[in-house]
Unconditional design. Structure first.
Length: 438
């Protein structure tokens, strides 16, 4: 343990230890603990505008919490007391048919509370390293990669790209031929959504009436966002600040919609909120282990919905023509993208170094341009994302890798796509934690 890490860990422990006094009314059942947890999340949301990503529980709970205006110190004390209450709950009956799911529920509540207290500590100016923060908030730490590892991929990519000069400039020139024209964007995106939904509905029992609407927005640090609204409905926003490449149509339609965020939230609402009455899932704290599951399943869901061959055929036959692009270049384009996918963790390294104070904004943007094949505009947007969401970046690539490993460990391999869908759906419908994927 390095001195910096030890200092930060001690700081978090000291702040968390400050709240072991009992709440006015202790939670004596799992449902009482769940309600107390929801109110705590809403309370943190009064101090952090990004914290509550979705809430569709009783509106009076939010009103009551906002009226009470709890301080961060009070929230920490109440969360600490709730942690004690959870440990004191009666043991789950041996042999109960739902014993495994209820055990996962208690583990979920306990770990989400730990992340909540860590976020409160950060809001009270406790400084954590990138890796400490991701462990506390997301129950996982991303692997480190060296410059030499990325350089090996860059050398291979450079040999594949036409022309001379800097690799990132040649890559940007190559991709320019695959931008979706603005006037064709909605038609392409709607076709991708329909295909993603058809493939999902063939394997997942979607509740009647589920749907989402799409908006095109600007001025955001992200490329797409799903705002879940309850009642099996979502609002999906697509950021059009930067050019949108053809591969993003399926990626965004799957990630934000089917079988990604929209389906994840719909299944949680159906299986856990409505069928079981577990109200803790009516609220989604963004900076929590739930996000690694959400982002990991959303990204891996692209591969669940489309095999490589299926995707290439659909792109060639439908999306490229809709976008006015040359269908003969589909395989060429995706061969290059497969190489750049191996640079995914370069973004994590940029975020780690930037947030740990090892490099400044300009250096972080330059790193992304040189090692992640970002354009200068994309790099600037990405660093704005680092500023706003910090170590959240690990949830996309590490989350995807952890979900893939878990699904394949459950028999959901490429060779058995039916089992892959089954294991994927089971994960979407459960309160499993990132540490439970290992």
């Amino acid at each position: 343990m390095t001195p910096t890490r030890k200092l930060a860990t001690v700081a978090v422990a000291a702040l968390m230890a400050g709240g072991c006094m009992a709440s006015i009314e202790s939670a004596r059942t799992e449902d009482e603990a769940a309600e107390a947890y929801v109110r705590l999340v809403l309370g943190v949301g009064t101090h952090d505008a990004d914290y509550v990503d979705a809430y569709y529980g009783p509106p009076e709970w939010r009103t009551e919490v906002e009226s009470a205006a709890p301080s961060l110190l009070d929230l920490n004390k109440r969360a600490a007391a709730l942690e004690v209450d959870l440990r004191r709950l009666p043991a789950i009956e041996a042999g109960a048919t739902d014993a495994e799911l209820r055990t996962l529920r208690r583990q979920y509540l306990a770990r989400q509370l730990q992340a909540l207290r860590a976020r409160v500590a950060m809001l009270r100016d406790t400084r954590l390293t990138f890796d400490q923060e991701s462990r506390e908030l997301y129950d996982a730490v991303a692997p480190r990669h060296t410059d030499d590892e990325f350089q090996g991929v860059l050398d291979t990519l450079g040999a594949r790209l036409p022309g001379e000069g800097a690799i990132n400039e040649r890559y940007a020139a190559f991709r320019q031929a695959f931008v979706i024209p603005t006037e064709r964007l909605d038609a392409v995106f709607q076709a991708a959504i329909a295909a993603c939904r058809d493939r999902t509905a063939a394997h997942v029992a979607l509740p009647e009436g589920e749907r989402f609407t799409v908006e095109y927005v600007t001025g955001k640090s992200w490329s797409g966002y799903n705002w879940y609204q309850g009642q099996f409905r979502s609002l999906i926003q697509v950021n059009t600040d930067l050019p949108i490449y053809i591969d993003r149509a399926i990626d965004l339609a799957c990630h934000e919609g089917y079988p990604g965020h929209h389906v994840y939230n719909v299944l949680l609402e159906q299986a856990l909120v409505r069928d079981r009455g577990w109200r803790e899932f009516t609220v989604y704290p963004l900076f929590s282990p739930q996000s690694l599951i959400a982002e990991g399943t959303a990204n891996f869901g692209i591969e669940v919905a489309f095999s490589r061959e299926d995707r290439l055929q659909f792109e060639r036959d439908v999306l490229f023509p809709l976008a006015g692009l040359d269908p003969a270049r589909v395989e060429e384009y995706y061969e290059v993208l497969a190489l750049t996918e191996r640079l995914s963790y370069a973004g994590n390294e940029a975020a780690r170094r930037y947030l740990d104070g090892q490099i400044d904004r300009a250096a972080a943007e330059a790193w992304l341009v040189a090692h992640a094949m970002s354009t200068p505009a994309q790099a600037a947007q990405r660093v704005r994302f680092f500023d706003q969401y910090r170590s959240y970046v690990i949830n996309y690539n590490l989350g995807k890798d952890m979900v893939r490993q878990y699904i394949e460990g459950q028999g959901g391999t490429e060779a058995d796509r039916e089992r892959r869908w089954q294991a994927f759906t089971e994960l979407l419908s459960s309160p499993r934690l990132p540490s439970g994927l290992q």
